[in-house]
Write a protein that binds this ligand. Sequence first.
Ligand code: ADP
Ligand code: MG
Length: 172
Amino acid sequence: MSSTSELVVEIKTDSAEMTREVAKDISAILRPKDTVILTGDLGAGKTQFVKGVATALHVKDSVVSPTFIIGAIYEGDLKLIHIDAYRLDSLYEVLDLGLDDEFLDSICLIEWGNKIADFVENVFLTVVFGFGEVENERLLKVYCHDQNRLDDVKKVMVDGLYFSRKEKEISK
Ligand SMILES: Nc1ncnc2c1ncn2[C@@H]1O[C@H](COP(=O)(O)OP(=O)(O)O)[C@@H](O)[C@H]1O
Ligand SMILES: [Mg+2]
């Protein structure tokens, strides 16, 4: 993983739907080969985020938690690889998945990806999920590892749809 990592934005969501909406907005800047690492405790919203990306990519199948199957590949506008690294312990297990060719034209989302981040190429973003102070509140911290695309991330997160929608809601 690239050593550069800049915290781009912290977002508080108050529902699973809002977490999925944030994911949809982030999807707009994802390109083939990008890997996004999702970290945070059980129930923090990582799989909800993957569902949002899947919706944005027009994946027809419903995304399920891959905890017991390690990974799944979904067909959409782009291919979506969804890996849960919770039970993966080594580089060899990652290689054993045999996904090398699949990565080339896919977007890859890895839950618990911090465990294997050193072995994964093309890590573009890390999203760290934390619990908020009240029920259903989650804090998403988005880190960008590609200096050249920092502005894209800032644009979509800070000036993008999500915040203008929120502002409209607030000003109602
Ligand atoms: N703000 C929120 N963002 C994401 N999920 C939320 C939120 N509030 C409540 N939830 C609920 O928390 C759970 C998150 O589960 P999941 O996405 O599977 O977590 P993880 O994959 O991190 O273990 C879901 O049941 C979801 O409905
Ligand atoms: Mg999950």
